[in-house]
Structure formats: structure tokens, C-alpha cells
Design a protein around this ligand. Structure first.
Ligand code: DQA
Length: 188
């Protein structure tokens, strides 16, 4: 925390507003990690996990590969399902391009025994209060994942309607981000 405070103070003194904002966002992630540490001590282990991929993520592999990589969504899901199976965890994966379908899938967690969610809301990260409200309504712990580092990209991507509710955020580590998030719920 002291380290964070120092970075934040320095950034406000030395950097431009934008840099301060970026550092603030990094700080936010850092605080998220610190909260995660406490959460890990509380042991959020889930036996039934839902992964949600938002709009356009079906195009991974061909979509802007310099930003999102060349691994397809099918490959990512395959690895995640293998990890879950090896850990004896039930994993359901859902991708959709429409906001309403994503909201309906989140609502179905009231009935299907889901204990934790991993979500990449994709473009809806920066726009969708409705999707945020849906995930908040479930009161389930969730990790927000982005393949790219949204804080190192255009300023409109720096706003997330999910981060303040998330247990943690993984952004910029490519498809590995999903695996780290899954490991967290399997092993925490
Ligand atoms: C994304 C980042 C978003 O800004 C973008 O709209 C996406 C993917 C990511 O995984 O890096 O569609 O969520």
C-alpha cells in the first residue's frame, strides 16, 4: 500500500493528468490484487464456474491478431475445459455477440448452480450498465479478463463498468489471463 501511495503521489506530481490516470488505473489493479490476497485467504473456491466471452471474441485468431493474438476462441476454450476437467471442476463457456443474450445467460446462474464467473465483456466493458447490473444482481464473485491491456490503449477503453465489482482483473496477458482467472477459482 505504501508503494502504491508513493507511485500515486509521484504520478500526480510528475506526470500529466493522463499518465496519472493510467497510473491510477494500474494502482486500482494493484489494489485489486491486494484485495485478492485477502480474498484468497477467505478461500473463494468454486466447483461450478461460468466463463462469458462478449461480442466479437468469436473472431479471435483472425481479428486484429497484433492486438489479440492468433489463438482462436476454440483453442482457448479447449485448454480451459482441460484445466477444469483435471481439477474436477464443472465449467460452462458461453460466447455471444448480443448484450441481451449475455444478460440472459448471467440470469440463468440463479438456477444452474454457478458459483463464480470469469467474464471478458469485450466492447461492452466500456458501455454496458445493463450487463454490469446483471452480474451485480447475481452477487457471485467474478474475475474480469481482457486479452489486451485496456489501460495501454485508446482512452475510451480505460473505463470499465465491471472493475469495481470484480474480485480481480487480468488485462494484457493474452489468453493466459483466462487460465490465471480459472486457477484462482480452482485453487484459491
Ligand atoms: C477486450 C478489450 C476491449 O476493449 C475490446 O472491445 C474487446 C476485447 C480484450 O479482451 O482485450 O473486444 O475486452
Amino acid at each position: 500500500m505504501l508503494h502504491c501511495a508513493v507511485i500515486l503521489t509521484l504520478s500526480f506530481r510528475v506526470n500529466s493528468y493522463l499518465n496519472a490516470l493510467i497510473v491510477f488505473k494500474n494502482l486500482y489493479i494493484f489494489i485489486g490484487k491486494s484485495d485478492n490476497f485477502q480474498t484468497m485467504q477467505k478461500n473463494i473456491t468454486a466447483k461450478s464456474i461460468l466463463i462469458i466471452h462478449g461480442p466479437n471474441l468469436n473472431l479471435l485468431g483472425i481479428r486484429e491478431p497484433d492486438i489479440y493474438g492468433t489463438v482462436t476462441l476454440e483453442d482457448i476454450n479447449h485448454r480451459l475445459l482441460e484445466m477444469a476437467q483435471a481439477a474436477g471442476v464443472q465449467l460452462d463457456i458461453f460466447q455471444n455477440n448480443s448484450e441481451g443474450m449475455l444478460i440472459d445467460r448471467i440470469h440463468s446462474t440463479f438456477q444452474d448452480g454457478t458459483e463464480a464467473i470469469i467474464i471478458n465483456p469485450a466492447g461492452l466493458t466500456h458501455t454496458s450498465i445493463a450487463l454490469r447490473d446483471a452480474i451485480a444482481a447475481t452477487n457471485l464473485p467474478f474475475v474480469e479478463v481482457h486479452l489486451s491491456n485496456i489501460y495501454a490503449r485508446e482512452s475510451f477503453r480505460h473505463k470499465s463498468y465491471f472493475s469495481d465489482l470484480a474480485v480481480g482483473i487480468v488485462s494484457g496477458l493474452g489468453y493466459k489471463g483466462y487460465e490465471f482467472a480459472l486457477q484462482f477459482f480452482i485453487k484459491s
